[in-house]
Design a protein around this ligand. Sequence first.
Ligand SMILES: [Zn+2]
Length: 1040
Amino acid sequence: MSQPGIPASSGAPTGLQAQNGAASASGSPYTNGPVQNALMSSQVSVSQGYNSQLPGSYPHLIPAKTLNPVSEQSNYGGSQSVSPLSNYQGPGQTLYRPPVASNPMTSSIRSGPVPQMPLPTSQNPAATPMPSGSFLPGTNLPPPLNWQYNYPSQTNHCPRASSQPTMSGNTNLTGHQYVSSGDTSLQNNFMKSGVPSNTNNGSMVVHNSYDEIEGGGFLATPQLTNKNPTMSRSVGYSYPSLPPGYQNTPPPSTTGMPLSSLNYPSGPQAFTQTPLGANHLTASMSGLSLHPEGLRVINLLQERNMLPSTPLKPPVPNLHEDIQKLNCNPELFRCTLTSIPQTQALLNKAKLPLGLLLHPFKDLVQLPVVTSSTIVRCRSCRTYINPFVSFLDQRRWKCNLCYRVNDVPEEFMYNPLTRVYGEPHRRPEVQNATIEFMAPSEYMLRPPQPPVYLFVFDVSHNAVETGYLNSVCQSLLDNLDLLPGNTRTKIGFITFDSTIHFYSLQEGLSQPQMLIVSDIEDVFIPMPENLLVNLNESKELVQDLLKSLPQMFTKTLETQSALGPALQAAFKLMSPTGGRMSVFQTQLPTLGVGALKPREEPNQRSSAKDIHLTPSTDFYKKLALDCSGQQVAVDLFLLSGQYSDLASLGCISRYSAGSVYYYPSYHHQHNPVQVQKLHKELQRYLTRKIGFEAVMRIRCTKGLSIHTFHGNFFVRSTDLLSLPNVNPDAGYAVQMSVEESLTDTQLVSFQSALLYTSSKGERRIRVHTLCLPVVSTLNEVFLGADVQAISGLLANMAVDRSVTASLSDARDALVNAVIDSLSAYRSSVLSNQQPGLMVPFSLRLFPLFVLALLKQKSFQTGTNARLDERIFAMCQVKNQPLVYLMLTTHPSLYRVDNLSDEGAININDRTIPQPPILQLSVEKLSRDGAFLMDAGSVLMLWVGKNCGQNFLSQVLGVQNYALIPQTMTDLPELDTPESARTIAFISWLREQRPFYPVLYVIRDESPMKANFLQYMVEDRTESALSYYEFLLHIQQQVNK
Ligand SMILES: [Zn+2]
């Protein structure tokens, strides 16, 4: 790390660590109390001068500082530690490395140990009857801790507040001044003084940081007070807002519904011309969007089975249909509470977490894309114009986030779709809650980067034993032309064991050249200009290399793994451009920086205490932050049968906005299921959409405040998420609080803006806007609760809690979330205190989902869950979109031996059966049937001992039960209607998600049966309550 010009990866200021999204201030990750104190003050200081932690600057923008650190060291010829490979004989032949002093290579093959293939998971005695009295519900559960809610007096609940790097001293910098990073700075900071960036109407001055480009939150500008209630009330006079929703069906045994207050007056109708967007609505609203069923109060002890037989849909916000039809798709953007409490006090009362769940870059079939010279944004808060703004007249629109009145730019008067002038409200920007803008040059800090893909392969003996290299190289060969990109696409490869190997792929070479760097203490890059090459120009060399790589190391004896130095080298190589680094690792790194030691103690696996959920070194996190600064994201593919300390390794992906993929016990012969899974998932990984050098900001209506962020990213400045890569399979979550009373408004909006560079080199902005009603009563808050979103947010919070406190703390907190909210409902909403466990219809599945979370791999106890598998499950919680997280947590169970076309759906001439979803209990199984468990990343088909002959022969293709193979991971395609139906159904399930769930066919006596049964979350296990016991426990606590 002593080389000149290279930002020292060890130079991270410690204060930055806590700044990262998920890593909220320890001790209070669950707080969603008001954030008026610390967060506000830090944001105010931001307004004085951006300190955007902007890393990555660009070589051509930086006058003095060398950002191409490798150029000076490329004189590899003079270095003893590098030996150009001269005797490579071309594809198909073994590439021999010349003797390197520190790395002697012999030709003898040492038959290394074949990794033990453990059973897919533990022998979890799920659902086995318990000796009575061994575990009584509730006896071990501590009293409610109130961990997550509402301590208005608490001052340290803002994760970033106390740890924000000080900005004093920055404000006197004049604009456009680069400050080189000293020891105290992790990245090359670019600080810009508070030159107003907003001029007029969305036409922008040249910006010099992402923060400027994307635009700060409205707090970055002088506070717009909202002291004029009349003005606020008339926000889109327009939005008569909350429709007279609930009164048609008086809620049974509920109180607190101010029916009289639901008579909303319409605002002044000053501008009565053509209807403008959504806000032409008048008071004659009839938007009852809540089904009467939604008003029921349920006694869960009497009606336990509330699981719908079809997939649970998100609640529809109680908005007028004309607004709702313009609203954002909940798959992209949803809120835990579809009715926003008016005040923090009301939110506190409800004891439900307020937050957003986002899937911002999801693949979309339809996405309006706007190319316009003017992107219309609010002058104050930089909100993008959206369907929920109001037009005061043709020339003025009022921002729905900060209420500023803005001018409509001249260009916006013309509607390119209708080719009509004077219809600003019909522009696509005002008609679509999800839209993408082609960004003009003002949105660029540098010319858009080319797509750059660097692959880093573990080629140690252990890696070679798994045989993964063959599979990965073949996938790459198959998909080389499908990598998202253009004529500028660059690609490169690094392999490593105890040394680091580079491959020169310079156009014109007759064959790839291997360069070995054995000095892992001070890694440098030989011939940097030839290692990342243009894919088109060097395609044949790339193909040659991919064909030879799997054979090149077959005789290796090298067992060491210098992952850390290899990552450093890869980072240096990519620093000038940014891009995606895909790292394949098969063991614990043992050499050089980032070397790790085994920490797992099998005996402690079942304990919720003393397990190592935190990284053992900050090397990977610091390197990830360096990567983030240079627009490099790192995806980690871990293929390891042994403990590999994913808690430490995973940081490389988490903070660089990459993802972790885990294939435990991958082996090309012994584990065909993992081979199939890796193959399918690589296909998706290599060909899916990708966004480079991205940032995301989430804005919300004034009065609401966003604090803790969840997901894989780095929080740059106060609330700008740095995403060197963004992929369509990543989800995010944020927590919010109500900072100022929302009594002056009836609607609030949330807007996420994702600025990225496409693989075609276009700068684009994808914007989603969600609009929700504000309510003033507790009952309305409860009625609008989105139980899936709540469970998803709680899971994210619980992961943080596990890391900052302990697993048992996190588990207690999950249980208390249910107890607290249902207690609040009982004491504050229900009028008569009836016995039982009374819950609002919206939360009827809340206890079930929380119980499922407690039994999920991330949080379960009492099993032999391997530490890396638990950590991976936690990574998934943080990185998965909500829909997959819920499927992983509470899988769908179907009976499939009697599939029929009744209720089937038809897609492209395929008839797809829709069997009902069953409760997750062995009670629902029967030995004469076959049942499919869809757990998101895995499908398990359990076949009962007495399963009908028809299913065995017509679907499984065997004559009797005994003939079902022990390992069966695919269904034969038979020429029978039963086979066609089953295969159609399974294919359809697979098509619903980006990654490929493998299928296991499980016989009753199979060891895999335990895996199947562990998803039976309603049943009791050795260490966990049954659903009924859990409900009794909750009731006991609620009725205290
Ligand atoms: Zn605004």
